[in-house]
Design a binder for this molecule. Structure first.
Ligand code: AKG
Length: 277
C-alpha cells in the first residue's frame, strides 16, 4: 500500500476525518459538471422517483431548504464511471480492511452562490435504518469529492475531531440542525462546539481530493458567501461488512428507498445497495 494512503488511514482512525489529496484524475471529475448542468436544464429535475430496484442518486440543493431530487444512478454515466474508477475502489478497499464495501447512497450536493444556509451539524449514519451486525463503531464511510475548488468563502466542510469515538447521535433536519422529534438518541453537543471544546478540522480542498469521514463523525458545511462561485460536490456513502436492518419508531431513517421492506434484525441485502469491492 502506498505510504500516503497508510498514514491517511491512520489519521482517519485517529481524527474521524482525512483529506486524501490528489487521488482522483481531474478528467474523471470535470465531465460530471457537464452532465449535471444538462440535467438541470431538463424536465427530469422536476420528478423524483418513489420506488426502485436499482441504485439511486440524490441531487440536494442547500438553498431550497434542503430539497432532494432522487433519480436512478444509471442516468448519470459520469458519476458511475467515477464510482468504478480504480483509484476510488482502491481507497475504499484499503479503508475497509477486507470487509465488503457496498454503496448505500450517492449525492450531488450543490452549494450555490449567495447560499446562506449551513448544511447543519449531523452524522450520516443516523439517516439510515441500519446497524452493524457485529456492532462495530465504524461501519459507514463517506467519500466527499469537490467538483470545483473549495475555499473559505464558497461552503467548505467542517469536522469535529474525535467525534467518531462518541456513540450514536439522533438524526436532524439538515436545514435547522434540530433533532427529529421522537428520535431517542442524544443530539450533537452544539454548545460544546460553540464553546470551542473540540478541535475542528476544515475541508478546504481541491478538485481531485477525496475527503473521507466516518458515518458517526460530526460534520457540517458552511455558507457559500460568494457572488458567483458554485460549490458542487459528489458524496458517496458506503457500508462496510454485515449490516442489519433496524428501523426506529421515530426519526427520519424511514425516508430511504429500498427495493423491498425488511423486518428489524434481518440481514440487510438489497439491489439498490450494490457491492463495490
Ligand atoms: O456538501 C455539503 O455541503 C454537505 C455534505 C455532507 O454533509 C455529506 O456528504 O455528508
Amino acid at each position: 500500500m502506498n505510504s500516503e494512503i497508510i498514514s491517511g488511514i491512520d489519521n482517519l482512525k485517529k481524527v474521524g476525518f482525512h483529506k486524501f489529496e490528489n487521488v482522483i484524475d481531474k478528467d474523471l471529475l470535470s465531465p460530471i459538471l457537464d452532465e449535471w448542468s444538462d440535467f438541470i436544464k431538463e424536465k427530469r429535475k422536476e420528478t423524483s422517483i418513489k420506488s426502485s430496484d436499482e441504485p439511486l442518486l440524490s441531487l440536494f440543493n442547500a438553498r431550497e431548504g434542503g430539497k432532494k431530487i432522487i433519480r436512478p444512478l444509471s442516468e448519470f454515466k459520469t458519476i458511475k464511471t467515477l464510482l468504478h474508477s480504480k483509484e476510488l475502489k482502491y481507497l475504499a478497499s484499503e479503508i475497509a480492511n477486507r470487509n465488503k464495501v457496498r454503496l448505500i447512497e450517492s449525492i450531488i450536493f450543490s452549494k450555490e452562490p449567495k447560499c446562506n444556509n449551513d448544511v447543519c451539524w449531523h452524522v450520516d449514519e443516523s439517516f439510515f435504518p441500519l446497524i452493524s451486525r457485529d456492532r462495530i463503531k465504524h461501519w459507514f464511510i463517506t467519500f466527499w469529492m469537490p467538483l470545483n475548488k473549495v475555499t473559505e468563502q464558497n461552503g467548505y466542510m467542517e469536522y469535529v475531531g474525535g467525534s467518531h469515538e462518541i456513540t450514536q447521535r439522533g438524526s436532524v433536519d439538515l436545514s435547522t440542525g434540530k433533532v427529529i422529534e421522537g428520535d431517542d438518541r442524544p443530539g450533537i453537543d452544539l454548545k460544546g462546539i460553540e464553546e470551542k471544546k473540540y478541535e475542528i478540522f476544515n475541508g478546504i480542498s481541491d478538485v481531485g481530493d477525496v475527503l473521507v469521514h466516518y458515518g458517526n463523525t460530526w460534520h457540517r458545511s458552511t455558507p457559500n458567501i460568494t457572488q458567483n462561485q458554485r460549490r458542487p460536490a459528489v458524496s458517496f456513502k458506503f457500508i462496510l461488512g454485515e449490516i442489519e436492518y433496524h428501523r426506529r419508531k421515530f426519526g427520519n431513517s424511514d425516508r430511504i428507498i429500498f427495493s423491498r421492506s425488511f423486518q428489524n434484525g434481518e440481514l440487510f441485502e438489497d439491489q439498490t445497495v450494490p457491492l463495490l469491492v
